[in-house]
Design a protein around this ligand. Structure first.
Ligand SMILES: [Zn+2]
Ligand SMILES: [Zn+2]
Length: 261
């Protein structure tokens, strides 16, 4: 893919030379590939997400680097206390928040495998996220989208069932986050890496350079391109925001990989 992109770029330059295209690069590159004031132009497959490996080598995850893809496995068991762990589990703890309405499910170890692009690029056609896992957080927990169920049901009524870590299990015991995990923010800071979505692009916290990110700062997929602590040359990335759609917007920015569970 990387070589194909480079060949395409070379072809574009040749074609532009023949046709005397505008020298404005925005006419030949997707606007989202531009890094703005930083002058960074990425997402032509230049960013290698294998640099995120150390975040995912935990008790509950594995992160395998191949030539062109990354395979992440997870049990999706949170590393924080939860009212949803079985009462005999070391991390079981009641949650006494006044608004908490516990659902009837209990956390069960999952067997999730996500095979994603090592050098993610913008997709020519953007696909919607599915219900179920759309990514994996750095503490192994699955990331779900902004909907409670089919036909884009709003999360509104489910939010009361989020525990002390801001997640909950579904009927098969799969624990997941739909929005900011207060636990992750406390552990890793509000600008820290939150996880990776199925298209290979990373998700960062609620803030950047000390400023809270809002939906207005992001595109319809809920991301933008800039440098991050892990990618000094820049990369497209999603952000967690306080308001819906929280993590992902209108589908994947890149091409979704393969998820099995
Ligand atoms: Zn849910
Ligand atoms: Zn950002």
């Amino acid at each position: 893919m990387k070589n194909m992109f480079k060949m395409s770029a070379v072809l574009l330059v040749i074609i532009c030379g023949v046709l005397a295209c505008s020298s404005d690069e925005s006419s030949i590159l997707p606007s989202s590939n531009e890094g703005g004031d930083t002058g960074v132009i990425v997402n032509g497959g230049d960013a290698d997400i294998s640099v995120l490996s150390s975040y995912f080598n935990t008790a509950n995850t594995t992160f395998v680097i191949n030539d062109d893809n990354i395979v992440i496995t997870t049990t999706s068991e949170p590393d924080h206390k939860s009212a949803y762990y079985p009462t005999n589990h070391a991390l079981y703890e009641t949650y006494t928040d006044a608004g908490f309405v516990q659902n009837p499910n209990s956390i069960v170890e999952q067997d999730i495998t996500m095979t994603i692009a090592r050098y993610p690029v913008v997709a020519s056609t953007h696909t919607a996220t599915d219900l179920g896992s759309i990514g994996i957080a750095v503490n192994s927990v699955s990331i779900y989208n902004q909907y409670a169920g089919p036909d884009n049901q709003a999360l509104t009524n489910e939010i009361a069932s989020f525990d002390q870590g801001s997640g909950h299990p579904q009927a098969q015991g799969g624990y997941h986050y739909h929005l900011e995990s207060v636990w992750l923010t406390q552990q890793n800071g509000n600008e820290g890496l939150v996880g990776i979505l199925l298209d290979g692009f990373p998700v960062y916290g609620t803030h950047e350079n000390g400023v809270q990110i809002t939906n207005a700062d992001l595109d319809v997929y809920h991301g933008h391109t800039s440098v991050t602590a892990d990618f000094p040359s820049g990369i497209y990335h999603y952000h967690v925001t306080a308001e819906a759609p929280y993590i992902n917007g209108d589908g994947y920015y890149g091409t979704a990989g393969i998820l099995t569970n």
